[in-house]
Write a protein that binds this ligand. Structure first.
Ligand code: SF4
Length: 154
């Protein structure tokens, strides 16, 4: 018998849900990331280019834990068939609160790329440890595709 991936009897479906404690720990990481990024001096040029995946040759990856955090607020899958992030509207992000680490550390100004990469790696390691601590499955995958297929990351 095939198990319904969305069924509450499916342990994998349950395991990708974040507990309130895990969500709070992730939010704490994001607060520290934003503080470090802000302290680096990098500025957003408000061009909207960083999320224009049709224009820039960039695939945004995120951890399953972060994707689970976004899906908690947006459980219904977004329509497939586009490489654009469903939260990118008229050049602006409409989900800044839950946007993943990769969005928080990606800026147009190449002068900061090494500094931002170091911040990314430091906190990516923390997120990975968080998944271990809360015994959540861990994977690293294209963010937009994960939102547009509705498949649970694992
Ligand atoms: S979540 Fe926001 S910042 Fe990240 S790719 Fe989507 S629109 Fe851009």
């Amino acid at each position: 018998m095939t198990q319904n991936p969305n069924s509450l009897d499916n342990p994998r479906a349950r395991k990708t849900e974040l507990s309130a404690e895990a969500a709070a720990a992730l939010e704490d990481i994001y607060r520290r990331v934003d503080k470090e990024v802000s302290g680096s001096g990098v500025e957003c040029w408000l061009r909207g280019d960083c999320c224009n995946f049709e224009k820039v040759d960039h695939t945004l990856f995120a951890s399953s834990l972060e994707i689970g955090y976004v899906k908690e607020k947006h459980p219904a899958p977004f329509p497939s068939g586009s490489i654009l992030c469903p939260f990118w509207e008229e050049g602006l992000c409409v989900e800044r609160e839950r946007r993943p680490l990769g969005c928080r550390t990606y800026f147009c100004d190449g002068n900061y790329s090494q500094q931002l990469q170091a911040i990314y790696e430091k906190y990516h390691a923390e997120i990975r440890k968080l998944a271990e601590r809360f015994e959540l499955p861990y994977s690293y995958e294209p963010f937009v595709a994960a939102l547009r297929t509705g498949n649970d990351p694992a």
